[in-house]
Design a protein around this ligand. Structure first.
Ligand code: IPM
Ligand code: MN
Length: 354
């Protein structure tokens, strides 16, 4: 029997709905595979902000330290500027807990249609490893003459050798474990960014020498965006800076059929701090509250959490259950061409666990 204590932040928008379904599936997997869950629901996010003027209590981030993992829905509100909601909750958690890897798989599952023509199941089967604590998201900078016609904004990107090295190393280690061809693609822009991306490239080349069994290539971000569309089969493990990884993973999600399937994990691989599990899709305000959001991304994100916590069999079972609901194709939300509700999909996945 394993025991895990999880901080659950449903957050905003569809996060509230899809987290409910994922907890249902985690509970079902817990009963089957002997996992004792404690889910502490923390009512943080934009509603909390509207009442209290902050996204979470002053010691909120520190409260999270006591948990084995953080399970997050989505953060953002149409009436509050994104830089307030995200810099108030999501981004400080990533940094405080040194979650320097953001792992985002992109897989075309049987039963799902890619918007790219002629793609067969598993033609798309890659994982993007996004640097998650520094780079373009460093949050250093400021305004000068704010609000004046001559105002100036400075936003500094910070790339450290240690920061580049550890995330690149993670990508190589992952490539070794994967069944595919054991290939790592580095995403760069050193033709234009002659300092930060040159450090990134040098680091990639140095780390690559330690992994002679792994083949590599390096692609400019603009060319990579093109190849994600033109020949996604070519990718296995992709490693990218914070912003480049952010952009690429939206492409990765949509070519695999739906943002509603895109799972994601913010990891501290050293396990010094809790890791955070949040799907890629965001709050989707256009469909929030209607009971039609696809809970599969949140469920698959839950499976990543279960795997991180060491319960491999339960993680496999959750993934297999999602895959079989997709393959049967009868209980699907509108993003996948069906008409089922969020709850019906959650019930089907939970009921189907082998
Ligand atoms: C993501 C999101 C966030 C990011 C936003 C909401 C700050 O787009 O997790 O991909 O850019 O990291
Ligand atoms: Mn994003």
């Amino acid at each position: 029997m394993s025991k895990h204590k999880i901080a659950v932040i449903r957050g905003d928008g569809i996060g509230i709905e899809v987290v409910g379904e994922a907890l249902k599936v985690l509970d079902a997997a817990g009963s089957k595979y002997g996992i004792e869950w404690t889910f502490d629901e923390l009512p943080w996010g934009s509603e909390y902000y509207l009442k209290n003027g902050r996204m979470l209590p002053e010691d909120g981030v520190e409260q999270l330290r006591a948990y084995d993992a953080i399970f997050l829905g989505a953060i953002g509100h149409p009436d509050i500027q994104d830089h307030i909601t995200l810099n108030g909750l999501l981004l400080p958690i990533r940094r405080t807990f040194d979650q320097y890897v953001c792992e985002r798989p992109s897989v075309l599952y049987p039963g799902v249609t890619s918007p790219l023509s002629g793609k067969k199941p598993y033609d798309i089967d890659m994982v993007v490893i996004r640097e998650n604590t520094e780079g373009e998201y460093t949050n250093m900078g400021g305004f000068m003459y704010e609000g004046h016609p001559n105002e100036v904004a400075v936003q500094t990107a910070v790339f450290t050798r240690r920061g580049c090295e550890r995330v690149i190393r993670y990508a190589f280690d992952l490539a070794r474990k994967r069944a595919k061809e054991n290939h790592v693609t580095s995403i760069t822009k050193s033709n234009a960014l002659g300092y930060s991306m040159v450090l990134w490239d040098r680091t990639f080349e140095r780390v690559a020498q330690e992994y002679p069994d792994i083949t590599t290539n390096s692609l400019l971000i603009d060319a990579a965006c093109m190849d994600f569309i033109r020949r996604p089969e070519a990718f296995d493990v992709v490693v990218a800076s914070n912003l480049f990884g952010d952009i690429l993973t939206d492409i990765g999600a949509v070519i695999a059929g739906s943002m509603g399937l895109a799972s994601s994990a913010n990891l501290d691989p050293t396990r010094t701090n809790p890791s955070m599990f949040e799907p890629t899709h965001g709050t989707a305000p256009d469909i929030a509250g209607q009971g039609i959001a696809n809970p599969m991304a949140q469920v698959l994100t839950g499976a990543m959490m279960v795997r991180h916590l060491g319960d491999e069999k339960a993680a496999d079972a959750i993934e297999e259950s999602v895959k079989s609901v997709l393959a049967v194709g009868e209980i699907l939300t509108p993003d996948l061409g069906g008409s089922a509700s969020t709850t019906a999909v959650g019930d089907a996945i939970a009921g189907n666990l082998a």
